[in-house]
Design a protein around this ligand. Structure first.
Ligand SMILES: *Cc1c(COP(=O)(O)O)cnc(C)c1O
Length: 375
């Protein structure tokens, strides 16, 4: 099976991890610092604070920003549930904003969702394609809201020459196995705000500061959300290859773009000139008349070794959210979910793999089309 996304681990990565395993510090050593520095250098952000997942990083970011009981965040339903779950955990309410045809939050619909309770806008760079941050910044400035980006798909993405991670109040990355780089599990918050960085470090590790000798002082509430040193060593090693990974994913994506341009049965999502995408996903959307047999297309592709996936079931359509907040209608997001397929696009693939995926996908669609695909 050619997976929609997957890690690429080589001997350098393995050796970097083994070296830490044979050393003195499995955790709380120097590798975490080194990895954080590498994230800052790469993105241009002033501070990076790593976590043991993007989920814990999101929780920390929301909490230290003061998002809690009675507050609202405006976010997208087309994301992994963790984006809004971590706000719910803190007692805040996620207000879901509908999306655009590229899967990203529709910035034109944000302003009318703002209330006195709104604290932050939380956009997600779907598949790695940057959201319209310029417009979101205008709205946030006008209403004094924070911008906390869930950039779990977007390490290496850029907008107008600036790397994602360097722009907003806080930006969260994920290093889960299949994200743009991996530490197995892991995440980070990037920020230019020193106070946030200090609070995040405390939050990650029991709220404890070291005084002298044995004396430590717990000054604020905290957790153990730390990344291990061997995971950080893997991250550090992966960082040296991030641009190569993205180049390869771009090669695959551009090949697809050429093959699929103007196809009558589905649409591709083009990345404009002023944007760079980490290409975590290669999403396409089927035309409405092809939407009903998506399960068939999905299983036919899997049978042929093409590991497509669907991103995402809109968060508000999960039972937990329906029970807590009632039924909501977000028509573009729901249509997107019905029509979206993520085709394999990962750094392990060769152009031959991409050709196989494209040939197989087109062949199956043509076959459905001949049979009359509204059945
Ligand atoms: C993967 C992902 C997360 C969660 O990341 P973990 O590191 O697995 O906790 C959150 N948001 C989005 C958009 C993701 O894709």
């Amino acid at each position: 099976m050619i997976p929609y996304s997957t890690q690429l681990i080589d001997d350098d990565d393995i050796n970097a991890v083994v070296k830490v395993l044979k050393g003195s510090y499995l955790t709380q050593g120097s590798k975490v610092d080194e990895f954080e520095k590498a994230l800052c250098v790469y993105t241009g952000a002033r501070y990076a604070v790593t976590f043991n997942s993007a989920t814990s990083a999101l929780m920390a970011a929301y909490d230290i920003a003061g998002i809690g009981k009675g507050d609202e965040i405006i976010t997208t339903p087309i994301s992994f549930v963790a984006t809004s779950n971590m706000a719910v955990v803190l007692g805040a309410t996620p207000i879901f904003c509908d999306i655009k045809l590229d899967g990203n939050i529709d910035e034109r619909m944000i302003e009318k969702l703002i209330t006195k309770q709104t604290k932050a806008i939380v956009p997600v760079h779907f598949g790695g394609k940057p959201v319209s941050l310029n417009k979101i910044q205008e709205i946030a400035a006008k209403h004094r809201l924070l911008i906390i980006e869930d950039a779990s798909h977007a390490l290496g993405s850029e907008l107008d020459g600036k790397k994602i991670g360097s722009i907003s109040d806080m930006t969260i990355f994920s290093f889960h196995a299949i994200k743009p780089i991996t530490t197995g599990e892991g995440g980070a918050v990037l920020t230019n705000n020193e106070e946030y960085a200090n609070k995040l470090r405390l939050y990650r590790s029991h709220g404890i500061v070291k005084k002298n000798f044995w004396n430590m002082d717990m000054v604020s509430m905290g957790y153990n959300f730390r990344l291990t040193d061997f995971a950080a060593a893997l991250g550090l090693s992966q960082m040296t290859k991030l641009d190569k990974f993205i180049d390869q994913r771009n090669t695959i994506a551009e090949y697809y773009d050429k093959r699929f341009q103007g196809h009558k049965l589905f649409q591709i999502i083009k990345i404009p000139e002023n944007e760079g995408s980490a290409r975590h996903l290669y999403p396409i959307t089927l035309i409405p008349s092809l939407q009903c047999p998506k399960e068939d297309i999905f299983s036919r592709l899997h049978e042929k070794g093409v590991g497509v996936q669907v991103h995402y079931k809109p968060i508000h359509q999960n039972s937990f959210y329906i029970e807590k907040y009632g039924e909501q209608r977000l028509t573009v997001a729901e249509d997107f979910y019905r029509s979206e397929l993520s085709l394999p696009c990962n750094q392990k693939m060769t152009l031959d793999d991409a050709k196989y995926v494209a040939d197989t996908f087109l062949e199956i669609l043509e076959e459905y089309n001949l049979r009359g695909c509204t059945f």
